[in-house]
Design a binder for this molecule. Structure first.
Ligand code: SF4
Length: 226
């Protein structure tokens, strides 16, 4: 039996806007972001099957509004479409956290009405994307963004900032890009949290970017999360 899920966080109030939820952490990822603080999930093996996750959810019926599918990169798992169909039958909301690398699976999920909210990582401007993510998946990210812009599923865009990797100029470039794409939502900025091992062995930093130095388009909210 396939075991795609590394672990479960049984309860969160922070990871699904305005909902109670659990988080399913999917093992494996097709990126190797230098700031990634989940090396155990990215490089580790899954320990739980879809059936295990459904059993967990059934025990908590009525306590959780939704399920967050995170990782690692959950959209690498082809059976995710069938699993989301089962989640919808269980009557829970489904949020997908994604690096945007699998637009075709996202299209399947959206076409079938299987997801209720998406958090899309915008890792870096195009000129730094490969260096930071150690992948060549920028075009996939763009395709996923276009899909979401043309769809009806509510979504947010988010960027993790480690100041040795991204600066205000980069952020300006990213805000301008989103404006060009006619994105009208919020770009959430979360600063890298210190005191944790990263894939790129980044040094700790307490530096912060100054969002006041980034001029925003009228239609983009730039929100600091920490
Ligand atoms: S931060 Fe990067 S490497 Fe880590 S799970 Fe997300 S996409 Fe994968």
């Amino acid at each position: 039996m396939s075991k795609p899920i590394h672990s479960i966080t049984p309860f969160t109030l922070l990871d699904y806007p305005d909902k109670t939820a659990c988080i399913l952490w999917f093992a494996g990822c097709n990126m190797r972001c230098l700031y990634c603080y989940n090396p155990g999930i990215v490089e580790g093996k899954g320990k739980l099957s879809y059936a295990d996750a459904l059993r967990f959810l059934r025990k908590r019926k009525g306590l959780l509004d939704g399920v967050v599918l995170s990782g690692g990169e959950c959209t690498l798992h082809k059976e995710l479409v069938a699993f989301c169909a089962q989640l919808k039958k269980e009557g829970v909301l489904v949020k997908v956290d994604t690096n945007g690398s699998n637009p075709s699976l996202m299209a399947d999920l959206m076409k079938n009405g299987l997801i209720d909210y998406v958090a899309l990582d915008y890792k870096a401007p195009v000129y730094k994307y490969e260096a930071i993510t150690q992948s060549s998946l920028y075009e996939n990210f763009e395709a996923t963004l276009r899909l979401l812009l043309n769809g009806v599923v509510p979504f947010e865009v988010r960027t993790t900032v480690h100041t040795s990797l991204l600066n205000e100029e980069d952020l300006q470039n990213m805000v301008d890009y989103l404006a060009e794409q006619k994105f009208k939502g919020k770009l959430f900025i979360q600063h890298f949290i210190n005191d944790t091992i990263t894939l790129g062995n980044l040094a700790n930093t307490s530096n912060r970017i100054d969002p006041g130095k980034v001029s925003r388009s009228n239609c983009i909210g730039l929100v600091l999360r920490n």
